[in-house]
Design a binder for this molecule. Sequence first.
Ligand code: DC
Length: 218
Amino acid sequence: MMPTFVIAIDGPAASGKSSVSKLLARRLHCAHVNSGALYRAAAWGILESGADPTDPAAVTAAAHTLQLDWAPDRQDFTLLVNGQDPGPHLRDAAVAASVSPVASVPAVRDIITAFLRHMAEGRSLIMEGRDIGSVVFPETPYKFYIDASEEIRLSRRLAQGETDSPLSRDRQDSTRKTAPLKIAEDALVIDSTHLSLDAVVQQALDGLTARGLAIPAE
Ligand code: DC
């Protein structure tokens, strides 16, 4: 069997992580997991259960009843929460407003971290999020922190038609006690503020090569 690898791509909201992760996954012929979608799916399931997303005890109890399943797609993963596809709800305003408090609850993080590690068993993948290089896969040598100025992140979010403020979520995600958004010590930091998407992908490929990953010929 070919050795597998995990590439961790962390960073604040709207820093360009998703676009970079998807292009890298295509270039490296591996799967892509957006861990933020899992936290959003959990927040949606918890809202559906009627629990108050700002009450950590209620969120903990509801999280333990969530049935999370996944099936590998060709390059992404199909998620199910209690047998339903949460996809159409992941960008709902109610989900956007509750995902940071839900993601700060240790029981939710434990459940999702275990789920994310399970997804990587036996396959190579690129996983984007906030704590992938620091907590979920601290042992991978391939980790990046993609940043961009607040101004650029706000304008990218608006261009995507999103109305919630990525900056206030970042504040909550960076100041929580469990697994806050932070730069892993050994992460390669790429500031995408003044770079094109192709240039960020090229910097990431150069970083992976420098750390010993063989990049397939195009
Ligand atoms: O990437 P996103 O904006 O869709 O993520 C939604 C929320 O999920 C984000 O506000 C913080 C949380 N999250 C997290 O706590 N840990 C991760 N690894 C990924 C996302």
